[in-house]
Ligand binder design. Structure first.
Ligand code: CTP
Ligand code: MG
Length: 215
């Protein structure tokens, strides 16, 4: 078994207002937290960073602890593919993790990798959905989504290497890798997610992450 982790951190952070993966949390950029949490399960780590300097022209600080650093693409899926291209053929398990999820624990990485080692094509952390979900057209509600049978999923997401490569081969788009793997008809299992493992999307989320990191 050889496990490689791809940390995607090439987004522009439009909703946050800046490339949030470099925002400081407890004195370290968020992406550094993600790299540090990935390290214990990883035989190698590929870090995917923005291709161009940010709007102010300042180069992003390069985090430490990655074996390979590559430039990302215009979409998350393209950035994952750029990372995958740098993962050696010898890797048997590939984990994809968002640089904007600084509070994923090493135990969560171990859990998804463990599920793939136990035979699943893929494994993702999942949490019960607490809110009521509605379908809408514009500002009008057209229906209620039955919450039973739904979960919210996080990263890190682990996959058998061949399955993930096949899922990305056609160049499809999805907001997570499990979405592409599911469309192959492969088996993706869930493991218990971690409520602390929030994705930082807005500036308010960073305040929540800072509060969580302090506990
Ligand atoms: N990501 C990436 N390459 C992209 C887009 C996203 O590597 N072209 C990464 C982000 O850096 C982040 C993760 O994918 O770690 C999840 O994406 P998201 O939260 O949407 O981040 P951004 O795309 O940066 O934010 P926004 O959508 O608000 O612009
Ligand atoms: Mg985005």
């Amino acid at each position: 078994m050889s496990t490689w982790v791809v940390v995607v951190a090439a987004g522009r952070g439009r909703r946050f207002g800046a490339p949030k993966q470099f925002a400081l949390l407890g004195g370290r950029p968020m992406v550094q937290w993600a790299l540090d949490a990935a390290r214990p399960v990883a035989d190698g780590v590929v870090l995917v960073l923005p291709a161009a300097p940010d709007a102010e022209g300042s180069p992003a600080p390069t985090p430490v602890g990655a074996d390979v650093v590559v430039a990302g693409g215009d979409t998350r899926a393209q950035s994952v593919r750029a990372g995958l291209a740098a993962v050696p053929d010898s890797a048997t398990v590939i984990v994809v993790h968002d640089g904007a999820r600084p509070l994923a624990s090493p135990a969560l990485f171990a859990a998804v990798v463990g599920a793939v080692c136990a035979g699943a094509d893929g494994a993702v952390p999942a949490l019960a959905v607490a809110d009521t979900l509605k379908r809408v057209e514009g500002d009008r509600i057209t229906g209620t989504v039955a919450r039973a049978g739904t979960v919210a999923v996080q990263t890190p997401q682990a996959f058998a290497a061949g399955v993930l490569r096949r899922a990305h081969h056609a160049g499809g788009e999805a907001t997570d890798d499990a979405g592409l793997v599911e469309s192959l008809g492969a088996t993706v299992r869930i493991v218990p997610g971690d409520p602390r493992n929030i994705k930082v999307t807005t500036a308010a989320d960073l305040e929540v992450a800072r509060a969580l990191a302090a506990t």
